[in-house]
Design a protein around this ligand. Structure first.
Ligand code: SF4
Length: 370
């Protein structure tokens, strides 16, 4: 059994049609549900829910405070390499892009860590690489995790999908969380965005969360890239995936995010769909109402104003002071970014904005002791 079994019973076109046909009475029913279903979720993200945004915001705020209190977890990304064998047409690191490829060595990682700690007392680091097993395979990742564990209490990673045994090995080395974004669940269109490289294999990627769950990962992050396909349909598949994983791997914690495409250096792929701030807010409220426990991240891709406005309304994790290029904190400050950031405030400035709203910044998550 894997998520493929769930996918086999879903149709992209039917899902889109059901969402578009939702009515205000469907939305009212979803808002009153004690345990909202996928069908309720579709009502909450549908155009019919727009007049209910204020009510959704209040409900989302209520569930978020109940589950997470008035806190926001901070994390910082650390890019180790921009080497990548994939050809994702929307990304500045793609194999065809003629850029200088950098792979940080242990001394350089140490310099980056020192620079990060100068900008804030971060305890949660997100290790990021392009997908290049030759440059950043399991031995490289394992050594990096062991090194970073000496400086941070939680190490997450966003790298190429791996085998279950590889995940087990990295978990033993101190890996806490893995983020693996499907980008789009539209299986037919997926190869267009991923024309070559291992990422072209839709099935292998979509089964990665199953391998993570079987490996016993503490937390996993799922997501779709907003800008490729109909966002409402894609996030419905994301909700189905989350629901399936929760039931199957109930010991694992879950986090989701929906990055909106940002400008990058390259051939200039333009987003096919635009998600407005209002719609992104609707999406965050809908997920919180659907799943009270899921963590939701808003990275520095989003503007300072939007992040400040969403603070109390559903999100739980923020990055701050981020550099999205390898060596960007100290070693190669002028290297190419994966995407342009939007919120360029320092971690202290973000912290002040959070505290001004009566919220507390949590730099250190719970340690794992089981
Ligand atoms: S999105 Fe990831 S896998 Fe695709 S080209 Fe960029 S770094 Fe490589």
């Amino acid at each position: 059994m894997s998520f493929q079994n769930v996918l086999a019973n879903c149709s992209w076109e039917d899902t889109t049609r059901v969402i578009q046909n939702k009515t205000e009475s469907d939305v009212r029913r979803a808002l009153a549900a004690t345990h909202p279903t996928i069908d309720d979720f579709m009502a909450l993200i549908s155009p019919a829910a727009i007049p209910f945004l204020e009510q959704m915001a209040q409900l989302s705020r209520h569930y978020t405070e109940l589950r997470f209190g008035k806190t926001i977890q901070f994390y910082v990304p650390l890019y180790l390499t921009n080497a990548c064998t994939n050809h994702c047409i929307y990304c500045g690191f793609n194999h065809n892009n003629k850029i200088e490829r950098i792979v940080l060595n242990p001394d350089e990682i140490e310099q980056e860590v020192k620079a990060i700690h100068k900008i804030g007392p971060f305890e949660h680091v997100l290790l990021v690489t392009g997908e290049s097993p030759k440059h950043a395979g399991v031995p490289y990742l394992k050594a990096a995790i062991e090194q970073l564990r000496q400086h941070f209490s939680a190490v997450s990673m966003e790298v190429q999908p791996l085998e279950m045994d590889d995940y087990k090995e990295l978990i033993s080395a101190g890996l806490n969380s893995v983020y693996v974004y499907q980008e789009t669940y539209n299986k037919e269109k997926y190869p267009f965005y991923h024309p070559a490289g291992k990422k072209r294999d839709f099935n292998y990627r979509v089964e990665t969360p199953d391998r993570l769950g079987q490996a016993g990962i503490h937390r996993m992050g799922l997501g779709v890239l907003i800008g490729l396909e109909d966002w409402r349909t894609d996030v419905t598949y994301l909700a189905r995936h989350l629901e399936y994983l929760r039931k199957t791997y109930w010991r694992t914690r879950y986090s989701i995010s929906f990055p909106r495409m940002r400008p990058y250096q390259g051939d200039g792929f333009k987003p096919n769909v635009i998600l407005t701030d209002k719609e992104l807010a609707q999406l965050i409220f809908a997920f919180r109402i659907f799943d009270h426990d899921v963590e939701m991240a808003l990275s520095t891709r989003e503007s300072a104003a939007f992040r400040d406005n969403m603070l109390a309304l559903g999100v739980t994790n923020y990055s701050a002071g981020s550099k999205t290029d390898p060596g960007g904190y100290a070693v190669y400050p002028k290297a190419l970014e994966q995407f342009a950031i939007n919120d360029a405030r320092t971690p202290q400035q973000v912290q002040q904005a959070i505290q001004a709203q009566g919220y507390q910044v949590v730099w250190k998550d719970w340690d794992r002791h089981f």
